[in-house]
Design a protein around this ligand. Structure first.
Ligand SMILES: [Zn+2]
Length: 255
């Protein structure tokens, strides 16, 4: 395997009609992916897909506000987490882009804290979704006594925010966004080589040269190449480093 798209939604409905072809293109590039659940039903689908396909793993959790009515079913998620194909808890965190902080903070905090309990219980890393809420997320993580680790998916903060996550052992991942803006070049350059990941967040945020089309895990190579270009990495070093990072954070108990 060359490297791993550490965050996609390959189990989701936009891939229902041609999932095997998408998988085929991913395999042609020698890539794997972590498919990320956004609720209990979605997490079950993610795990089912990961059970079936050797180069797919699952992350399970409830997105902060995809469905503001979904509560965290600790019993069901604890059961799911015992599946050996589950490699992370999330995506979870805070999102005050889609819902108002004044209205929704308390609900999102309680939901997030339940993910932290599960992560601690299972020893699995967190897959954080944070939008317009870095301070709130860091504050809650700061109150945790356990040794929580994980990754900040779709990192869109500045260098000082990145530093605070790095200081508590969290990696940062970048999407196709870095292929069409230079806004994150300085942050990508700043993040230590062993603390960065490439992801697609497929079917969303498709990188150049497929911008505007549906995204898929095979396109993580464009994100990885862009990270390599920004960091002035040699191609072999880029592949080795990104694969090592993904393996260390998410797949250390696999194989
Ligand atoms: Zn996602």
């Amino acid at each position: 395997m060359k490297y791993i798209d550490i965050h996609s939604h390959l189990h989701d409905e936009p891939f229902d009609h041609d999932r095997m072809e998408v998988l085929g293109r991913m395999r042609d590039e020698s890539l794997g992916t972590i498919t990320v659940g956004t609720g209990l039903v979605s997490s079950r689908k993610a795990v089912a897909l990961a059970e079936k396909e050797a180069d797919i793993w699952a992350s399970i959790g409830v997105h902060p506000n995809d469905d503001p009515c979904e509560e965290f079913d600790m019993g069901a998620f604890t059961g799911l987490a015992s599946n050996p194909n589950v490699v992370a808890i999330g995506e979870c965190g805070f999102d005050f882009f889609k819902t108002d902080k004044d209205m929704d903070y308390e609900r999102q905090r309680i939901l997030f804290e339940q993910h932290l309990v599960l992560a601690e219980k299972t020893g699995l890393p967190l897959m954080l979704h944070v939008r317009d809420a870095y301070e709130e997320t860091l504050e809650v993580l700061g109150t945790c006594k356990g040794n929580l680790k994980g990754n900040v998916h779709f990192f869109a903060g500045d260098i000082s925010i990145a530093k605070r996550f790095l200081d508590i052992g969290f990696t940062c991942s970048f999407t196709g966004v870095i292929s069409f803006t230079r806004d994150y070049d300085d942050i990508v350059r700043y993040i230590p080589d062993d603390m960065i990941h490439a992801e697609t967040d497929a079917p969303y945020v498709t990188p150049v040269p497929y911008r505007g089309k549906r995204n898929e895990p095979a396109y993580v190579k464009f994100v990885a190449e862009r990270i390599g270009e920004i960091k002035a990495w040699k191609p072999e070093y880029q592949e080795k480093t990104l694969l090592q990072n993904a393996t260390r954070v998410f797949l250390k108990n696999i194989e």
